[in-house]
Design a protein around this ligand. Sequence first.
Ligand code: ATP
Ligand code: MG
Length: 586
Amino acid sequence: MRLSRMYVPTLKDAPADAEVISHKLLVRAGMIRKLTSGIYTFLPLGLKSLNKVKAIVREEMERAGAQEIFMPTVQPGDLWKESGRWEFYGKELLRFQDRHGRDYCLGPTHEEVVTDLLRGEVRSYRQLPLNVFQIQTKFRDEIRPRFGLMRGREFMMKDGYSFDANDAGADESYKAMFEAYKRIFARMGLRFSPVEADSGAIGGSFSHEFMVFADTGEDTIAVCHGCGYAANLEKAEVCAACEPCGETCDAIEDVETPNQHTVEEVAAYLGVTPDRIIKTLLYDVGGEAVAVLVRGDRELNEVKLKNALGAQEDPAMASPEQVREWSGAPVGFAGPVGITVSRILADNELQGGTDYVAGANKGDTHIKHLDLSRDVKVDAFADLRVITESDPCPRCGGALELTKGIEVGHVFKLGTKYSESLGATFLDENGKEKTMIMGCYGIGVSRVVAACIEQNHDKDGIAFPPPIAPYEATVVCLDPRKEDILGKAEEIYEMLRSWGMDVLLDDRDERPGVKFKDADLMGMPMQIVVGGKGLKKGIVEVKDRRAGEKSELPVADLERELGLWRKKVWAGWNLADSADGPEGNR
Ligand code: ATP
Ligand code: MG
């Protein structure tokens, strides 16, 4: 494509609302424009990249046996009422009515629609397994749309769904998607890791998120470089060593702690370290009053709490009124001794510990010399806290690192959650009615473009990996007014196109400085600079955008030299699949 005829409005400055680098660069490089909060138009360059992501996803889905379909964006409210999600999904679900007053929503995901599609028509085990996917616009009315394409309200997702006749089959489908996802992100040239995620009621390792490593990621991942264990923070298991058991301490005693509410305040006031304090956190879990005990220097993990309670609802922090009702004290002074709750849960780490400080369930008062096993009836000890970098790896005991990532994909075994509520059943070999077992598999296609830029940029702009760059190369013609120079640039452009490459020709009537800056900003992996001085010397200059490496190639032997150099640029990316790029057959 000739840049002179393309709509690529590059900008010197980033928009004021752009916080992260991908958002800034996507706008500055003329790839996207905002329509309204969290909703963007893809301009030609942005769409090129998005389409390349889609193509890789599509190819790998088909390779893994999934079939592409296309479902509607507008979904009937009745279907969501049938699955029970009309109530539960909350405000992210954009709801509206048609002229007849019937409820509808814009699809944030398609479990209901796809289950409705297959129920009734898929009646026999012989028609299973089935795996379908689509690449489609999703709408989620996110509470904080931000970071450009990273957390939009309208965004592009690949969502896939598998239906199996039995559990073993569902596990196979899951594994096939897991492997396909690894291939997809490796082919794109991204540095990523699948990480174990919370799989709620299903349990086991049947939920993985695919995380692209980037400092600006919203998610934290615990990674062990020793054994390769990786889990998101919600899931990462803590193997806590118990505090020394068998020690005794004096009887409980009240101490006055006027106006000392927080752990830090109480610790300083009493002259102890925060790890000697037990935090008593009060939760309303579907109407049940629950007290949760964790060490003062630790953080409660609410996902672990929900799982430990076997709760359907998310635990809600008790209101100040509830705190007063259950503990008899204002916020900050609740403690496990004498509190009126229906269950007390404690973190594993507290098992066997003695001589703690805790709230006294009286205003401005704490207790000391608390021995949990002597003074409190703890209903259950469980892994309830957030892992830290000083905890050992739960698999090999090695050192853990906490690092940031961007979730670009998610594979999840759903089980019978939707097939049961929506009645997706079939007849097995013995003519017995059974419920289909489902899995769902998402990729944030538009988020991938942003995540790729978060991972691959420098001070001058984007450095796209070749497989998902809008164009693989930019041919920069320094003086398009001179016929011989433009002619040479066009010749090179046509040659590269004849190799099957996607190429951009910068034939704009602009100063060289502007062209160099834009080429770096837009980030095509290869730059080929054609100018009068070089041609006189018999050379064109090439630059590897990411490595920054430049060289001069002789015009006399350009076809061979450019071919070799292209291979070198590709080799600089750790690309899993040789079906892409110069060695490939595509
Ligand atoms: P998150 O925790 O980031 O909100 P999610 O758990 O809601 O993600 P899923 O429902 O699993 O996400 O959706 C599948 C994929 O869609 C995610 O892995 C992510 O890459 C992408 N995605 C989700 N929400 C958004 C969004 N608001 N904007 C862009 N991409 C998104
Ligand atoms: Mg979300």
